[in-house]
Design a protein. Structure first.
Ligand code: AMP
Length: 430
């Protein structure tokens, strides 16, 4: 099978050639001809399968074929859950439309809207957007959706997980009734099926991998380890394995920051990426990770969706996700486009239930491994004790904050400490 035999036009074939893709991926093989025919599709595809080209190439072809507008109204809309995915899809749209006269742009929150509004005013055919910023700019009359011919919902499952259902419904209400709809999702919950039922007209189902199965090329391993030894084990695996591009997942934003700092202290260059980081910080961290100046990227699930890092060799689940499907998304970050990958999960005693959930979803037991000196010593009792202690500390800190610290500040009883310089004199911190 070649790209040409799928019916793609010369300018698009030229772009594909420039990207050095030799054969279409399975999702491209199945989706491209159906989209070219103008049909709606419901596609099951994980990131890393080439799904972006799978919808972008035929979408570009369709809007060039039917180019009848003098002024350029927005004609195709791609909705994505995250800023990173929006930026990535937009980059792809630009690359694939290089030899056409199609104009595209991207809009997402967290950055100044003015340049986005200015670009939209100049006339754009294809818009890639996150739902919030799209509605925001529509509310400001900076764009119109009344001439949209093709709608793409990319990573629809994640959009629902992130609470975008209402926004999506609002956006659909702003589109013309007559249009082509393409829905891509890695997993198919009841909610996704309901959304598909409402939006799609006689859709063709396109499936490339069985639902909810982990990527085949990824070697998965479990290390049972005490909670308080996870950082050391992470550092050991990275150092001894001489790994240079490692994506590490934590469950919380604080956890991501903490781990990133600890790894830095151990001499492993690292950056955290999550929803509280500014767009600039996220872009910088990702760029550093891609050019190998940052060895470890510590991310939360939401931030990691949409990261396009080709040939990512290692993923570590520092903590297991409490939603089993997120495990599938996480390990989908490795073993991309033909490359082999390794996904390691560090599982402490309190995460055993999560592991069971994941194994149930995958329909297989995951292989266990041990690292010398990191054998599990936790017991149910010790975990309970540690939890109680942590709770006590939290309560103590809270009560200190609400009354103690105020009093001590008033009376000046709380000691302020300054680092001592080498000659013993006290210096103030800047
Ligand atoms: P995606 O699933 O769209 O995020 O694509 C994953 C990666 O595969 C991206 O780096 C694409 O550039 C790459 N890719 C897409 N299609 C092909 C293809 N037919 N051959 C080789 N690589 C591809």
């Amino acid at each position: 099978m070649t790209f040409k035999s799928l019916g793609l036009s010369a300018p698009l074939l030229q772009a594909v050639q420039k990207k050095k893709y030799t054969v279409p991926s399975p999702i491209q093989e199945k989706a491209i001809p159906v989209i070219l025919e103008g049909k709606d599709i419901l596609a099951s595809a994980q990131t890393g399968t080439g799904k972006t080209a799978g919808f972008t190439l035929p979408l570009l072809q369709r809007i060039t074929e039917q180019s009848r507008w003098k002024r350029r109204p927005l004609r195709a809309l791609v909705l994505t859950p995250t800023r990173e995915l929006a930026a990535q899809v937009y980059e792809n749209v630009q690359e694939y439309s290089l030899f056409t006269d199609i104009r595209s742009t991207v809009i997402f929150g967290g950055v100044n809207a003015n340049p986005q509004i200015k670009t939209l005013k100049q006339g754009v055919d294809v818009l890639v957007a996150t739902p919030g910023r799209l509605l925001d700019l529509h509310g400001q009359k900076a764009l119109s959706l009344s001439k949209i011919e093709i709608l793409v919902l990319d990573e629809a499952d994640r959009m629902l997980d992130m609470g975008f259902l209402r926004d999506i419904k609002k956006i659909i209400g702003l589109l013309p009734a007559q249009r082509q709809n393409l829905l891509f999702s890695a997993t198919f919950s009841k909610e996704i099926r309901a959304l598909a039922h409402n939006i799609l007209k006689d859709p063709v189902s396109v499936e490339t991998a069985p639902e909810n199965t982990a990527a085949e090329r990824v070697e998965q391993q479990i290390y049972r380890v005490d909670k308080n030894r996870k950082t050391d084990l992470t550092a050991k695996l990275i150092s001894e394995g001489d790994w240079h591009q490692v994506l590490v997942f934590t469950r919380t934003k604080h956890g991501a920051n903490r781990l990133s700092k600890k790894l830095e202290k151990k001499g492993i260059s690292s950056a955290a990426i999550h929803g509280d980081k500014s767009q600039n910080a996220r872009t910088k961290a990702l760029a550093g990770f891609k050019d190998n100046s940052i060895r470890v990227l510590v991310a939360t699930d939401i931030a990691a969706r949409g990261l396009d890092i080709p040939l990512l060799p290692h993923v570590i689940n520092y903590e297991l996700p409490n939603v089993p499907e997120d495990y599938v998304h996480r390990i989908g970050r490795t073993g991309r486009a033909g490359a082999e990958g390794e996904a390691i999960s560090l599982v402490s005693l309190d995460e055993v239930e999560y592991l069971r959930g994941i194994e149930k979803l995958l329909g297989e037991k995951l292989p266990h491994n041990t690292a010398e000196g990191f054998e599990l010593t936790e017991t149910k009792e010790s975990v309970k004790e540690a939890k109680e202690k942590a709770q006590q500390n939290r309560t103590r800190r809270k009560s200190r904050k609400t009354d103690g610290s105020l009093d001590s500040r008033k009376t000046g009883s709380k000691k302020r400490t300054f680092p001592k310089s080498r000659n013993g004199r006290v210096s103030s911190r800047r």
